[in-house]
Design a protein around this ligand. Structure first.
Ligand code: DHB
Length: 413
């Protein structure tokens, strides 16, 4: 069967939040794009992912006209609780960094973006199969795929973007990658449960049994995680066993207990730090999880993907406007500035709160020393508050072009 040939300016492989946000920003800049995605819209919407947006991610959604639903239905969090061996300590983001985060699950970010793309006539092909890319380092790279109706296509473009997640097909189509990987001897066991919230803010708990995170979703549905072995089997964990473990990890003299309910979903989340450099290979540019993954502690993954595509939209717009691909040279250094800050932050928050199996007792005592410093020093807790709420755009990350929000005052830092 013959392929239908067409062309566009930017071909985007991956219709998750990174690919859709890029396509949205490019349209605002007058640049045409086509997005292909192997999953259906329904499949993506059903995937459970993290739930915390940095202040600038919220601004991007609202100010670029995707949706202001996050402001109406999301929950502003002005701090978090660090719980160390059953004793709670509040980290006040507003006081320390002049910023908040928003609890707004990635699923909702995706739904808002998918809706905005449909509203604005964006070309997004969900449910494609047999997708591949060709001539990625040449002048006219292509996306090849079979659409949801079984028709074969070849879309030629000027620039190709790989926003196709951690198992990225586009990344594997290029050679000469420098990869940086760090593995961890643990994973997270994640649950979704039908219960009222146990607390107003997120609780990050360190205990001798290991880490636990008490997050939220709605007034009737909650998300929680606890550190487990990488090869943990979901089948070994009855609801009762899950609740006993979570309760034990947060228990303390203040009597804090979790409000329990039926567990709707259980899964084991992989854990690794990964960066692929450079993020540009000829006319293929990698964004989001296709270029880097972070361990989930601190919820940087989605925020980092949105920061990537904000930079990417700017450099692609310049390259198109000036008909000069050298503008694309700025992508890797600008994006990597933030990527490595976020890598450090996610690694740091992970090692700060998790128990490393088999580590010498020294390590646990040192960790407690670090946590004591963190919760008693304004300087130390400000570092956490700044990293968690997201570093302002600055220097190579493009501070000068930050859009004025009008919704929030500029931070006082
Ligand atoms: C959530 C996930 C995280 O990794 C995190 O650090 C905070 C919250 C969540 O899914 O709600």
């Amino acid at each position: 069967m013959s392929r239908t040939a067409s062309r566009t300016t930017v071909g985007i492989v991956g219709g998750g939040p990174a690919g859709l946000m890029l396509s949205h920003l490019l349209q605002l800049a007058g640049v045409e794009s086509v997005v292909i995605e192997t999953r259906t819209r329904g499949e993506i919407a059903e995937t459970q992912r993290a739930g915390i947006l940095e202040r600038d991610s919220v601004r991007l959604l609202v100010d670029s006209g995707v949706s202001d639903r996050v402001l109406r239905e999301g929950h502003e969090h002005r701090g978090i609780q660090l719980r160390v061996d059953g004793v709670g300590h509040r980290i006040d983001f507003q006081e320390l960094a002049g910023a908040s985060t928003w609890l707004y699950p990635q699923t909702d970010v995706f739904l808002d973006l998918a809706e905005a793309r449909a509203r604005d006539g964006g070309d997004v092909r969900y449910g494609v199969s047999e997708s591949s890319v060709a001539d990625v380092t040449g002048d006219r790279p292509a996306m090849l795929f079979t659409d949801a109706d079984g028709r074969d296509h070849e879309v030629r473009c000027d620039v190709l973007v790989g926003a196709d997640g951690s198992r990225s097909m586009t990344r594997h189509s290029v050679t000469g990658r420098q990869e940086y990987v760090r593995r961890y001897p643990f994973a997270w066991f994640g649950i979704l449960c039908a219960a009222p919230p146990s607390c107003d803010e997120l609780v990050y708990a360190r205990s001798d049994r290991g880490f636990a995170l008490i997050s939220r979703r709605t007034d009737t549905m909650q998300r929680m995680y606890f550190q487990c072995a990488p090869d943990e089997s979901v089948a070994d964990w009855s609801d009762d066993r899950v609740w006993a473990e979570l309760q034990a990890r947060v228990a303390g003299e203040d009597g804090f207990t979790l409000l329990e309910g039926p567990i709707i979903a259980k899964s084991v989340l992989p854990f690794r730090s990964y960066v692929c450099e450079p993020m540009r290979h000829g006319n293929l540019l990698l964004a989001g999880d296709a270029a880097h993954t972070v361990p989930p502690t601190g919820a940087k993954g989605l925020n980092l993907a949105l920061a990537d595509v904000r930079v990417l939209a700017e450099v692609i717009e310049r390259a198109v406007r000036e008909a000069d691909r050298s503008a694309l040279d700025h992508y890797t250094p600008r994006a990597l500035d933030r990527v490595w800050k976020a890598q450090h932050f996610s690694y740091w928050m992970t090692t700060l709160l998790h128990r490393t199996p088999g580590a010498p007792p020294f390590d646990a005592r040192r960790q407690l020393g670090e946590l004591t410093h963190l919760v008693t020093s304004r300087t130390a807790s400000a570092l956490l508050a700044e990293g968690y709420t997201g570093w302002p755009r600055s220097g190579r990350d493009g501070g000068a072009t930050r859009p004025a929000s009008g919704i929030w005052p500029e931070p006082t830092r």
